[in-house]
Write a protein that binds this ligand. Structure first.
Ligand code: FE2
Length: 187
């Protein structure tokens, strides 16, 4: 869950993370997290880049499954350790402190809460009608990739095609504001 420790820059597209309530929920404690709906678009609307069947599988199978299993693990943990403050905190805080999660629930939460959170990032960083890339992001890309956007796109594509099995490729920034492309396996 390395990505949790670094601030996610922002989307390529115009839909900013802060505009989406499904993004906000994971930062707040909840007795049970809801299965998020797609943020303002339907399964068929990201074509021809992502087809309806692919989006449906990721949402209705993957994301829903992760949500159910994450909620069950949280419920069990909180019931067995009612005084544990970490258990009662937000799912993002729990993922940021996985080493403090008891062995009994750690892997289950890493896999399922990781899948829950990563799919939210997936949904909120896409939209059917992309606008201009924010100037601040363009500047950062040009600073990190001397050949500009084409170099960035090639690097991102290469990283994506090099990822074997399941996982994610992220555009991230560090505390100094430098951006980079990283890959994480599985959840
Ligand atoms: Fe998925």
């Amino acid at each position: 869950m390395e990505f949790i420790r670094i601030f996610f820059l922002f989307s390529f597209f115009t839909l900013t993370l802060s505009q989406s309530s499904i993004y906000d929920e994971m930062f707040h404690p909840a007795d049970e997290y809801s299965f998020p709906q797609l943020p303002g678009y339907d399964y068929h609307e990201l074509g021809p880049y992502i087809d309806q069947r692919t989006l449906t599988v990721h949402h209705k199978k993957h994301h829903q499954g992760y949500t159910v299993k994450m909620n069950q693990a949280l419920k069990d943990w909180r019931k067995q350790e009612p005084q544990n403050d970490l258990a009662r905190s937000s799912i993002i805080n729990i993922l940021q402190n996985l080493e403090r999660v008891p062995d009994k629930w750690r892997t289950t939460l890493q896999n399922n809460a990781g899948g829950y959170v990563n799919h939210i990032y997936y949904w909120v960083t896409m939209c059917p009608k992309p606008g201009d890339i924010p100037k601040a992001l363009l500047k950062k890309i040009e600073a990190s990739f001397p050949a500009g956007m084409s170099e960035f796109k090639n690097s991102f594509t290469t990283a994506s095609l090099s990822l074997f099995g399941s996982g994610y490729v992220w555009l991230v920034t560090d505390d100094e504001g430098s951006i980079s492309i990283i890959s994480t396996k599985n959840q």
